[in-house]
Design a protein around this ligand. Structure first.
Ligand code: ZN
Ligand code: ZN
Ligand code: ZN
Length: 184
């Protein structure tokens, strides 16, 4: 019937495993959780359990499905939201606008200079006259409302919508492998 000669373990375990309708393997943070706990029941390692399940799937006894997803290491929620924040203080209160620099040294978003249809420096209150002379347009950038930092590109992070934990770069990933018995 089943060719399990490749498996170093007994044919008996493979035959026992074939009595289950559905087995799922969850891999997160470097460890496996197998449901039902076939690794514990038959005193084999999770890796050996997966190897047997994979061979049985290749033989057509189980339908294997792999699902990958980000999760929060603090609360295990899978609801992570991508956010763009200030690279200096990590606040999400950032605005995109043209950055103007006045000759007095003040630098800020264009909207802060707009004063009843004219451009006026919010620091020294002088009226702006000619770009390149008394003020300079530094192009479109981002400004953080929280700390005042001005930057070219915001920083991307993932925030857990349940507990608020933040992940810079890639968030932790969990892998779920489902083995569903094929009804013949
Ligand atoms: Zn900031
Ligand atoms: Zn000024
Ligand atoms: Zn969380």
């Amino acid at each position: 019937m089943v060719d399990i000669s490749e498996i170093s373990l007994t044919n008996e375990i493979a035959r026992e495993i074939l009595t289950y309708e559905f087995i799922s393997v969850l891999y997160m943070d470097g460890s496996y959780i197998i449901d039902p706990v076939i690794d514990e029941i038959y005193s084999i390692s999770p890796e050996e359990s997966i190897k047997i399940l994979d061979i049985l799937s290749e033989e057509g006894y189980f339908r294997k499905e792999v699902v990958r997803g980000a999760y929060c290491r603090e609360c295990f929620s899978t609801d992570l939201i991508r956010e763009y924040v200030c690279p200096k203080c990590h606040s999400s209160r950032i605005i995109k606008d043209r950055i103007l620099r006045h000759k007095c040294g003040y630098k800020g978003v264009k909207r802060a200079f707009i004063n009843s249809y004219a451009l006026k420096c919010p620091k020294c209150h002088a009226k702006l006259y000619r770009e390149g002379e008394d003020y300079f347009d530094e192009g479109v950038k981002y400004k953080c409302i929280a700390c005042g930092a001005i930057f070219d590109e915001p920083m991307a992070l993932y925030r857990c919508s349940r507990c608020g934990a933040k992940y810079f770069g890639k968030p932790p990933e969990m892998i779920i492998i489902n083995y569903e018995k094929v009804v013949i």
